[in-house]
Each structure stands twice: as structure tokens, then as C-alpha cells.
Write a protein that binds this ligand. Structure first.
Ligand code: NDP
Length: 455
């Protein structure tokens, strides 16, 4: 059969764009279909604008700390509208860069909404209402996910992360439901920018899946920053009062008066209305595309990568998955995607950075483990009135002495852990860390100078 394209990619986010560019560079004829600005969640409604807002929030602390270093600082004020305008300009620049990259790679960009209507056919509804059909030897579904919405009475008053990037003004009192990545990151953003913040989380600690010490330490830090933590609590209803204020009722009967309530309770694959089931593509119970180890769905010509497959919802993972599919289809490379040692950072205040496994996972897997842990006041804060502490933790398999987990809570945790991710992939042992000289004075040197296991 002759097709217009060798590969049709649905979704120009991290995974889709990477797959398109690599496939085109390997000689494939590629089209990518996108209904929204190019770059997907990461560029438009996720990692990038979020990190810009994290930077914006962090200046508040910098200004306060600066006074202890001799700077005469007037009480600063923040202009939310300007931040959003500047952020939008930067995102528009990135959208244009993505377009240029795709065009330069020889990829055809098709604007519109895709629906899979055959194993090789996609129907595109274009912005002007016109409908066209496109055929491809392979289809790659890379449509990502979208925020889940809660279902309690009054849920229509609740915002999700997509809304936070275009709020007209900074809400004075904000509640965040969910102690995951987005909940704690936006807690820090809103707080840094001057809002009163409430975290409403159904578990005793935020960041399930992270090391227990990290979770406990971060919780203390959030409290120290002044966040109001409603742990072990759920929202039962929300009412908008006559003055526009939201009255939020918790399951213990407490009520909170807030100006905005945000649900950050996870994301769901974006497969509704894509027509995949009708074509025989099996979806999991959350709507994610079920794929094999090579990202092939139950329909052999249809592949899927990124958040839509419900594995690890992180940009670098989607990039690697997209690259793996393109190289397999058009480069003859048969390598398996390696999900071991995926580092990640949570850009809350302070940041959490982690690679490898938690202490609990290590005990279950290896039995005997050595734990090294250090909590200390970062040097930069010693001349200030801030009591914030950092946490560094190493988990070592006692038998092999391999380092199997590195966990950091520190303003630069993401930056610190990236390098240690290389070490873990290379199989670093504790003695290799011991024989590595520190860079003095830094916080990261703590990770190569911890000598005595606490356990
Ligand atoms: P997460 O899965 O990280 O967190 C969801 C939170 O909501 C958890 O604390 C969860 O609790 C809680 N929760 C789940 N369901 C409910 C419910 N019905 N009612 C109340 N609380 C609930 O999702 P996010 O939305 O924060 O982020 C989505 C994903 O995006 C992340 O998992 C991550 O993969 C990615 N991301 C990555 C970032 C980064 O790399 N820095 C930044 C932002 C997002 P429990 O865990 O107990 O179920």
C-alpha cells in the first residue's frame, strides 16, 4: 500500500516532536498533527512555564536574605500580570523555535484535531472546520494527558494546573488539593509570590513514592515556610459565597475561606475522542494506550509514547521513548528503553531531587542496606534568620556496596542530583563516592563526605 507518510505523529509535545525530528532525520516522510501551540504540556502548560514561575517566586526569598548580607532592600512588590505577560512571550518564542525545528527537519505540520479512523488513517478537523484524511504506514499517538478533576459538590469552582498559567491576578488565599508534584510546586509558587497557601492532602505526608525521610523533611520545610497543611484531610464540598469567596469544607468539618482552590490530583491520558478503541487499540482502565516493550499498541501499525501510555509522566522519559520508536522504525535500532535510574526533581521550596530507590524499596529488595543521612543548614542561610535545613541521604546495598538511592532536599537539589544520576547508572559504589574529592564549600560535597552509616 502507498501512504502519504511513513509516520503520522499525533501530538507535537515532547515525545511527538522528538520522534518526528529523529524519524525525518533518518529519511522518513513525517507529518505531525497538533491542535494546540507546539511543544505540548511541557512547553505550554507544564515544566517550562512552571519553572519560570518558580524562579519568579524564589526572588522573594532572595530579597529577604539579601538584607542580611548588607543590602538595603525596599519592601518589594510583585506584578502578576507582568509575570504572565513575560512568561507568555517566552513560551511564544519556544513555540516558534519548535516550529522552526520541525520545518528544518522536513516534518509537515498539520494544524487540527486528529481522530484515528483506520489502522493507517487519521481524520483531521482543521481550525477552519475543513476535514481531511491522511494515511501513514505507521501512526504514533503522543497526545499526552490532562489534569483530572474532582467530583465533590461544587467541583465546578475548582481550578486545575492548566488554569494557573493564565489567572488574571494572584489569588490572595489559595488551596491546593493533592500532595503530588504539582500540588507542592504550586504551593511554593503562590507562597513565594505572596499568597496565603493551604495544602489539602488525604495522606499524612506529601509525595507518595518518595523516600520517607524526604517526605517528612519536606513537610517540616513547608510548615516552616508558613504553608497551612491540612494532612489526612479531604475536601467534601465547595460553595461560592455571595462575595465570590470559596467556602471549602473538609472531611473533619473545618471550613476554609479561599479565593482559589486548585485540584492537583493527577493527570489522565488524553485518549477520549481519539477513536483508538474503535480501531481495536486496547486502553488500560485509566484510558492509557497499552503498548509492548517497543511502544507498539495492540494494532501493529499504531504506536504510542509519553504520558498517554501511563508509565512515567516525565518529559525526558517521553523524549527517550519517542527517540526509541523513531530509531526502531527507521534506523533499525532494536535497543530497549531503560527505565532504571530515572532522576527527577520536584521544584517545590526547597527542591527535592532523587535518583534510584527509596530506603523502603532498598530494604525490600536487598535486605541489608547502609543508610547515610545528613541534615544541615545551607551555608547561604547561616547569615540569615531562616531556619531552613537541607537533607542529603544515600542508600547503599550492604552486600555489593553499590549506591542505590540518592535523595536530596535543598534549593539546588535538581542540579545536584543530575550528576549523581550518571554515577548511579555507572554502578557507583560507596567507596567510589568516598574517594571523590568534594568541591568546597558546596552543599553537594556532603554527598561525598558522609562516612558513617546511621543504620
Ligand atoms: P501526582 O500523581 O504527582 O500527585 C497527585 C496527588 O493527588 C497525590 O498526592 C495523590 O495522593 C493525590 N490524589 C490522587 N487522587 C486524589 C483524589 N481523588 N482526591 C484527592 N487527592 C488525590 O500528580 P500531579 O497532578 O501532581 O502531577 C501529574 C504528573 O505530572 C506527576 O506525577 C509527574 O509525573 C508529572 N509532573 C512532573 C513534574 C516534575 O518533573 N517536576 C512537575 C509536575 C508534574 P496519593 O499519592 O496518596 O494517591
Amino acid at each position: 500500500m502507498d501512504f502519504q507518510d511513513d509516520l503520522i505523529v499525533i501530538g507535537a509535545g515532547s515525545g511527538g516532536v522528538r520522534a518526528s525530528r529523529i524519524a525525518a532525520s533518518l529519511g522518513a516522510k513525517v507529518s505531525v498533527i497538533e491542535q494546540a501551540p507546539l511543544g505540548g504540556t511541557c512547553v505550554n502548560l507544564g515544566c517550562v512555564p512552571k519553572k519560570l514561575m518558580v524562579y519568579a517566586a524564589h526572588f522573594a526569598e532572595e530579597w529577604r536574605d539579601a538584607q542580611h548580607y548588607g543590602w538595603d532592600v525596599q519592601e518589594p512588590t510583585h506584578d502578576w500580570a507582568k509575570l504572565i505577560r513575560r512568561k507568555d512571550q517566552e513560551i511564544a518564542r519556544l513555540n516558534a523555535t519548535y516550529e522552526r525545528m520541525l520545518v528544518n527537519a522536513g516534518v509537515t505540520i498539520l494544524r487540527g484535531t486528529a481522530r484515528v479512523v483506520g489502522p493507517h488513517e487519521v481524520q483531521i478537523t482543521h481550525p477552519d472546520g475543513a476535514v481531511s484524511l491522511r494515511g501513514g504506514k505507521h501512526l504514533l499517538v503522543a497526545v499526552g494527558g490532562k489534569p483530572k478533576r474532582p467530583s465533590f459538590p461544587g467541583a465546578e469552582h475548582v481550578l486545575v494546573s492548566d488554569d494557573l498559567f493564565r489567572l488574571p491576578a494572584l489569588p490572595r488565599r489559595v488551596g491546593l488539593i493533592g500532595g503530588g508534584y504539582i500540588g507542592v510546586e504550586f504551593l511554593g509558587i503562590f507562597q513565594g509570590l505572596g499568597a496565603e497557601v493551604h495544602l489539602i492532602h488525604h495522606d499524612a505526608l506529601p509525595l507518595r513514592g518518595f523516600d520517607q525521610d524526604v517526605r517528612a523533611h519536606l513537610t517540616d520545610e513547608l510548615r516552616l515556610n508558613g504553608a497551612k497543611l491540612h494532612l489526612g484531610r479531604s475536601v467534601t464540598r465547595v460553595d461560592r459565597l455571595d462575595d465570590g469567596v470559596l467556602e471549602v469544607t473538609l472531611d473533619d468539618g473545618e471550613t476554609l475561606q479561599l479565593d482559589a482552590l486548585v485540584a492537583a490530583i493527577g493527570r489522565a491520558p488524553n485518549t477520549e475522542r481519539l477513536g483508538l478503541r474503535e480501531q481495536g487499540v486496547v486502553l488500560d482502565e485509566r484510558g492509557g494506550v497499552v503498548v509492548n516493550g517497543h511502544f507498539r499498541s495492540t494494532v501493529p501499525s499504531i504506536w504510542a509514547v509519553g504520558d498517554v501510555i501511563n508509565r512515567v509522566a516525565l518529559t525526558p522519559v517521553a523524549l527517550a521513548e519517542g527517540m526509541a520508536v523513531a530509531r526502531r522504525l527507521f534506523g533499525g535500532l532494536e535497543t530497549e528503553m531503560d527505565y532504571e535510574h530515572i532522576p527527577s526533581a520536584v521544584f517545590c521550596n526547597p527542591n527535592v531531587g532523587t535518583v534510584g530507590i527509596t530506603e523502603a524499596e532498598a530494604r525490600a529488595r536487598f535486605g541489608a542496606v547502609d543508610i547515610y543521612r545528613s541534615t544541615f543548614r545551607p551555608m547561604k542561610l547561616t547569615m540569615t534568620d531562616r531556619a531552613s535545613k537541607s537533607l542529603m541521604k544515600l542508600i547503599v546495598d550492604r552486600a555489593s556496596q553499590r549506591v542505590v538511592g540518592v535523595h536530596v532536599v535543598h534549593p539546588d537539589a535538581g542540579e545536584i542530583v543530575q550528576g549523581f544520576a550518571v554515577a548511579l547508572r555507572m554502578g557507583a559504589t560507596k567507596s567510589m563516592l568516598d574517594s571523590t574529592l568534594g568541591i568546597h564549600p558546596t552543599a553537594a560535597e556532603e554527598l561525598v563526605t558522609m562516612r558513617t552509616p546511621i543504620d
